[in-house]
Design a protein around this ligand. Structure first.
Ligand code: KIV
Length: 264
């Protein structure tokens, strides 16, 4: 696989070529994903839940993400590798600069952070200092204590308008990509069309430019529960490599996510 860059993803968006992505936390799975030409990998702070068994992502540290980013980069030298900025690591633009550096040095091509228009200054600051940023809107797992649970976002008109405005503001601030989590499919379609940057959905229907799944959900091995929008590809194919290949193919063909794996 040739190295994947943000330019490839932008080109795919204009061509309507839908792409898959997945989380990974170690070199062996990263290598397995790269062997099937997975273009984008995220070292997500979901590792707090799927690796550490926590109920949320809040205990994850920069050291955890840097450690796993280094391992994933070893296994997948060519994917576009994103690393999550953990809870409170980007509370100010200065914090963000200080904490993004070890993730980029560990091999990330881009960092991801959760939040709306309040992040505009941080995104501009990081971008000016050569750190590409993927914004994350919709359900923000680091805000679970504000919501009082994991809930679909953007169902009401006012909330939907705020999300669209946030997305536009973050793109204007310099965000190079957007993850949209657990929003109605129609809202995800509107936001995807309104932006020039690639939009990756999870629980956001089939109209985004790309899809992402937590790898433990994709293999049906998550310790606690598997979200409705996720599909157990290992159960379908019975083999890990085939499971990954089928996921990539179903996203490219627009087969996944189907109605069964769409929230609203
Ligand atoms: O941490 C993570 O795995 C994520 C995905 C759910 C997008 O942010």
């Amino acid at each position: 696989m040739k190295p994947i860059t943000i330019n490839d993803l932008r080109k795919w968006k204009t061509q309507g070529h839908k792409f898959a992505s997945v989380t990974a936390y170690d070199a062996s799975f990263a290598q397995l994903f790269e062997s099937q030409a997975m273009p984008v990998i995220l070292v997500g702070d979901s590792l707090g839940m799927v690796l550490h068994g926590q109920n949320d992502t809040l205990s994850v540290s920069i050291e955890h993400i840097a450690y796993h980013t280094r391992a994933v980069r070893k296994g997948s030298p060519n994917c576009l590798l994103m690393a999550d900025m953990p809870f409170m690591s980007y509370a100010t633009p200065q914090d963000a600069c200080q904490n993004a550096a070890p993730l980029m040095q560990a091999g990330a091509n881009m960092v991801k952070m959760e939040g709306g228009a309040w992040l505009a200054e941080t995104i501009t600051t990081l971008t000016q200092r050569s750190v590409p940023v993927c914004a994350h809107l919709g359900l923000l797992p680091q805000s679970v204590n504000i919501y009082g649970g994991y809930k679909v976002q953007g169902k009401e008109q006012e909330q939907a308008e705020r999300l669209l405005n946030d997305a536009l503001a973050l793109e204007k601030a310099g965000a190079q990509m957007l993850v949209l989590e657990c929003v109605p499919a129609s809202l995800a379609a509107t936001i995807t069309q309104a932006l020039t940057i690639p939009v990756i959905g999870i629980g956001a229907g089939s109209h985004t430019d790309g899809q992402i799944l937590v790898m433990h959900d994709m293999f049906g091995i998550s310790a606690n529960y598997i979200p409705k929008f996720s599909k157990n590809y290992l159960a379908v194919s019975g083999d890990m490599r085939k499971a990954v290949a089928q996921y990539i193919d179903e996203v490219a063909q627009g087969i996944f996510p189907d109605a069964e794996h769409t929230l609203a």
